[in-house]
Design a protein around this ligand. Structure first.
Ligand code: FAD
Length: 378
């Protein structure tokens, strides 16, 4: 649903300028320094991107899913590490607060998240609990007026600059029903951020483990009812998966720009690569996949807005778009030949970055399980 077509078109135009004038020029520096450049962060804040889907009442943009997908098609045309920093604020974390938080929790956290003053972290994965999130072991025990949290969360995006932690911890018995959600201030005693080892891409979006040792948080840090945590976390996944499908389509379009430019400019055998049918075919296949991902993301975003989206469809869109993105990155690197393999080329950087999207927010294998469940259950 596009609420106001003129305002939407203006926002997309401003996002295109942001991508071209600020974000793409800062990509190489962000990768080299593993830090988001200040001017990029300031611009992302000025455009309201930390609050994409946080309601306007809390200072966010309050976009519908179709508006958000349209915006991600544009913002996908630059390094996805930018998105890892700003989008988590209005992604899983804010969605849990909006769905189940008390008025006091919403007004405490959401305005700062929407402005980008606070950076949110989503703390679900653990050393022994990745795809099988329901097996997590971090515990939260009620002791008087407090909850005592103990455990370790693995590879938490943005942990080194966290301003708010949404932590999934076990309050009850085994399995999904024993897990609850907590909104925690990272300055609380007993919270320790432990830098993780380096990673192959997405440099600029930092990742670390978070250790909780005898960490006492007030009783009202619990979000929603006891035992509802994993359900709440999974409820926001359809939205995240459509967001990633649109981002992936935008990334394919960026890679195609890079491939097109190189194929037109580089000459071999007396003519541009673009005139070599085998090279052109690599790009033609990529155009088809980018277009399919774009259409899927927009169509399903509309379905989410009108309440008809099925979880299996969101999983299928994430699966298709991120896998296609991997193929497109590989083909475009091939079109660049040796230049695509050398450090410093945009294609080499994007190739490393996009690999993560087939792992995050449910690996491709997990998406296939969700899609198959949808197929066989009805
Ligand atoms: C850079 C980075 C940032 C991250 N940020 C966050 C974050 O902010 N918050 C957070 O909570 N987590 C985060 N994660 C963790 C991420 O969510 C997990 O890596 C992901 O869920 C997969 O879990 P795993 O790595 O433990 O792999 P595993 O679960 O061990 O899986 C390994 C392989 O086995 C496959 N597999 C597992 N079970 C099955 C099955 N039943 N059927 C078929 N195949 C299966 C998987 O698909 C995968 O290919 C991040 C990870 C990275 C690398």
């Amino acid at each position: 649903m596009i609420r106001n077509p003129d305002a939407h078109a203006t926002r997309l135009g401003a996002a295109r300028t942001l991508v071209e004038d600020i974000l793409i020029p800062a990509e190489a520096r962000m990768d080299a320094e593993d830090r988001m450049p200040q001017e990029a962060r300031a611009a992302l804040r000025a455009h309201g991107l930390f609050g994409i889907s946080i309601p306007e009442a809390f200072g966010g943009l309050g976009l519908t899913m179709e508006e958000e997908a349209g915006l991600m098609l544009v913002l996908g045309r630059t390094a996805p590490a930018y998105r890892a920093v700003y989008a988590l604020n209005s992604g899983g974390t804010a969605q849990i607060l909006l769905r189940a938080g008390s008025d006091a929790q919403k007004s405490r956290w959401l305005p700062g998240l929407a402005r980008g003053d606070l950076i949110a972290c989503f703390c679900l994965s653990e050393p022994e609990a990745g795809s099988d999130a329901a097996s997590l072991r971090t515990t939260a025990r009620r002791e008087g007026d407090t909850w005592r949290i103990d455990g370790r969360k693995r590879w938490v995006t943005n942990a080194p600059e966290a301003g708010m932690l949404m932590v999934m911890a076990r309050t009850g018995g085994e399995g999904a029903r024993g897990i609850s959600a907590f909104a925690i201030d990272p300055a609380t005693q007993g919270v320790r951020v432990q830098p993780a080892q380096g990673k192959m891409g997405m440099r600029g979006a930092q990742v670390a483990d978070i250790v909780f040792e005898d960490c006492r948080v007030p009783a009202d840090a619990l979000v929603g009812a006891e035992g509802e945590g994993l359900k709440l976390a999974l409820a926001g996944l359809d939205k995240v998966r459509l967001h990633l499908a649109a981002l992936s389509a935008g990334l394919m379009e960026r890679l195609l720009d890079e491939g097109r430019r190189h194929a037109l400019g580089r000459r071999q055998f007396g003519k541009p690569l673009a005139d070599q049918p085998a090279v052109a075919a690599l790009l033609a296949d990529s155009v088809a996949e980018a277009l399919a991902a774009r259409c899927m993301a927009l169509e399903l975003a509309r379905a989410r807005d009108d309440g008809t989206l099925r979880p299996a469809d969101a999983a299928a869109a994430k699966l298709f778009a991120t896998e296609a993105l991997g193929r497109v990155a590989d083909r475009v690197l091939q079109v660049h030949g040796g230049e695509g393999y050398m450090t410093g080329s945009a294609v080499e950087r994007l190739y490393r970055d996009v690999r993560l999207l087939r792992i995050l927010d449910g690996t491709s294998e997990i998406q296939r399980m969700v899609v198959a469940r949808g197929l066989f259950s009805g």
